[in-house]
Design a protein around this ligand. Sequence first.
Ligand code: PEP
Ligand code: MG
Length: 583
Amino acid sequence: MRKGIGVSPGVAVGSAYCIHEIFLNPETRELEPSEVLAELGRYELARDQTAADLRALKAKVSSQVGEAEASIFGVHESILYDPAFESKLRQWIVDRHQTAQSALHHLLSDYTSLFARTKDDYLRERLSDVRDVVLRLSGHLSQVLDPNSSLPTGPIILVADELLPSQVATLGERQIAGIVTQAGGSTSHAAILARSRGIPAVSGVRGILKQVTNGDLIVVDGREGHVVILPDAETETAYRKLQREFFDLKGALAENRDLPAVSADGLPVELLANINSVADAKAAKAMGASGVGLFRTEYLFLTHPNVPDEEEQLAAYREVIAESPNHRVTIRTLDLGGDKTIPYLGHNREANPFMGWRSIRLSFEHPEFFGTQIRAVLRAAAGSAGPVRLMFPMITTLEEMRRVRSMVRRAQTRLHQEGLRAGKVAIGLMLEVPAAAISIDNLLEEVDFVSIGSNDLVQYLMAADRDNPRVNHLCQPLAPPVLRVLSRVIATCNEMQKPVTLCGEMAGSPRPVVLLFGMGLRSFSMSPAFIPTIKDLLRQLTVAKAEEVLRRAMEFKTTQQVDRYMAQQIAEIAPKLKLLDTA
Ligand code: PEP
Ligand code: MG
């Protein structure tokens, strides 16, 4: 048995199919000057063939799987024609007389070392998109056939160093039962696609490509995050049974899309989605979300070559609002710094980036884009068919809240003076800093709503960087001190009648959701893929039961005790969900 990280829940049994690296031996031959022009021509032809592939794939995946899954191929096409990408390749061919293949190899290693230096997971994982494009180009140059074409029939478990987005998305018609990768994290596109398609997946299983060969029977357990290679007959039977249950469960959950989100005793609950893009907004609708509880706008900025101007932002927000369930969207202003840096802001390395110049602190010092963002949101809200809310991340003090409020008021006045329409927006704070949690009653004076950003709140409460593998075991959402803080914040918001949501990862995970419901939380915002599971859970839970479980859980002194107790409770409240329950 090999241990990794479960990135998509469920259980699968099947034969291994290994995808090995194509780029093992780069060419070293230098071109004669007379060959350079012809080589450029070869590259351009391969590029155009690649673009044609990508467009065909986009159309195919869009009709067979969905537009959200297909959008990645549009991104790949823009990488292919990206001026920096193209000019680097041309330089290698023209100035250094490298073959196009070899230029691709150099380009990929340049990008790999460049991306390795960034601390931003999202950006680092975009390297797999670049690799995907490079592999496709390389395939056309060497006329290698599609690496997927020789897949065996029957349920298979893909084993790869890192699975490329196009590989996951084109697997539509094949029976991919599970995915195991050596690299990759839970925010990689492959993981997101695997989750959205309900394929169990485990990543971070180092060296597995050396341990399995094509056709080996393997088990992927996406709940526990482990892989069993060549299981004995008994183990195989046990896992096959779990796999059948997992299939039945997925079918049953998909059907609850149109059922109301209410607890077993009839209390309505709000299930919202966390999104990064228009494609995610569509996925949120498909999963039965009633709105968007967190639109992370930084991806709009991260994928743009410079600061997107007001009109560009306005168009992007309008599109997201148009595609979101019930046109209800909570837009979060830029949350950069910490783990997310963008080159054009000239971000400096800091000793403590998470406690440093990040998020709202950085935005205050960049009124040129912060003010523009507020204006764009207000204008987008003006024509919206549903309520638009504006939310500010990492608020620490009351003064900061007053400052953003007055910025919003000023922007409204200016827009009116300019003859432009500004919509009404509720103004909220993201509760992520312990100081704000402690004095939440004071802060509530200046806010219309609160959204608890538990990913950050937990790391700050535990003083443990959520991205540092040496200490992130301390980032436990079920830790007793975390539960105490959450319960106080939720109670205070409820007493003062301010709407409160939680939009961190714990909102999509059964164990914490039971406790949060017991604390009085009635609004949860999560990855669209988790909505059916959480709806199913809440439909089987009463307020009285959740309160009783919470009371007991709060008596424990260690996270481990809470965790064990909650695993038992999930098994009792929603026994079928056991397959999707993870620590
Ligand atoms: C959070 O901190 O919980 C949150 C939702 O924001 P992000 O994960 O983008 O920091
Ligand atoms: Mg956060």
